[in-house]
Design a protein around this ligand. Sequence first.
Ligand code: NOJ
Length: 475
Amino acid sequence: METEVGGGLNRDLFGKNFKWGVSTAAYQIEGSHDKDGKGSSIWDTYTERKNKILNGHHGRIACDFYMRHQEDLALVKKLNIPNFRFSTSWSRILPEGTGTVNQKGIDFYNRIIDTCLENGTDPWLTLYHWDLPLALEKKGGWTNRDVISWFAEFTEICAKHFGDRVKHWMVMNEPMVFTGAGYFLGVHAPGRTGAKNFIPAVHHTVLSISEGGRILKDMLPAAEVGTTFSCSYIEPYTKRPKDVNAANRIDTLLNRMFIEPILGLGYPEKDLPFLKKIGRYMHPGDEDKMVFDFDFIGVQNYTREIVRNSFITPYVQASLVKARNRNVPYTSMGWEVFPESIYEMIRKFNAYKNIKKIYITENGAAFTDHLVDGAVDDVDRTNYIKDNLKQVLRARNEGLSAEGYFVWTLTDNFEWSEGYHPRFGLVHVDFETQQRTIKLSGHWYSGFLGGANDQAAPDLNCENSTLISSIASKS
Ligand code: NOJ
């Protein structure tokens, strides 16, 4: 079976102002977890706990980006990628979360920023990508309202030190994931569970996001300031009202709960009654403080979810029907490959009147890779990116805002509770030797960004791909 998916896709179709990039995050790549004065983060200790991370993996070395950033940033340049998104490790800069600044941490991020600029790469900085300083978690972490002022202090320090050169800022990455997985389900750091942790964590995160936005915009009026959200296209399992209502509750939880209060629409408690519990943590004036007018919103999408009613699931009375039980293609994360999802999410976020601009700040896929004779023929990942890009283009052609696209991610890295097993990179990493190998997807992206149109890219023949065989094995 020939599946030539690229047909005609070329960079020019997106316009010359479209931002092309690649996204990364501190804990997933840096390693050097205790080097040069860095304090512990919740991920440093969570990964030490038994049976939390697949195969006992941890981020103590990761991709060794702390030591190899020159090499990796040279790869970004070599791949013709004009924008590099990274995050700052709070406990590298403030080992105790507040108070004394670790100059060596500041120096490290200065080196990243300066190297990017020397290479002609634009640095995009995310303040918080899930690695809270352990010292702050000991005081309650995101459940303690003081976190708003701790985060404000961290934000000011980063703006002061990096704001002269960084022009694009994101306050936080995917708040639903770090509060949901970390404070409700307990499957991410810090491993807390239940509504009593989740509900205050949600509210304090919303207030910190808007406060972070205000500080950045006050200190750096010329910077472009945004924040990012995870989202999934949600569809009901059947047309039965019970499943349709269940799908609406999950859509509210996953896609609306964080963005709406920030846009001034309040928490969507009508569609998800258990959010009324947030009222207990509301102080006078919070409704206004939750609101901030961001220059852009980062939309991060990987898949769609199919939802059915479930009486036994607390709070949401809904459950997800796994892709592997639906006879559809899926990635090694178990996520359905469904490119229309990104188009639907662009439409959904565009429907909010007061969102000014949207960038796709993450999209990508994990598949099993095989390094053979110094090459990785990751046909599935290449096709995934192309098919998603076609959907972004479809949205743009309909006049919707989607002004940039960042692949997740540059190199294979530490995928949180899944460890190093899922490989998302455009560049393969041998974690024994730290050897980097550009995959077919990396070569394709590079050719595409360098101006080669798709005809010049390798012909993609999916016959033996993991993607197709994963469907075939179930049919
Ligand atoms: C979203 C997160 O921002 C990132 O940290 C993660 O690795 C990717 N999605 C893939 O799961």
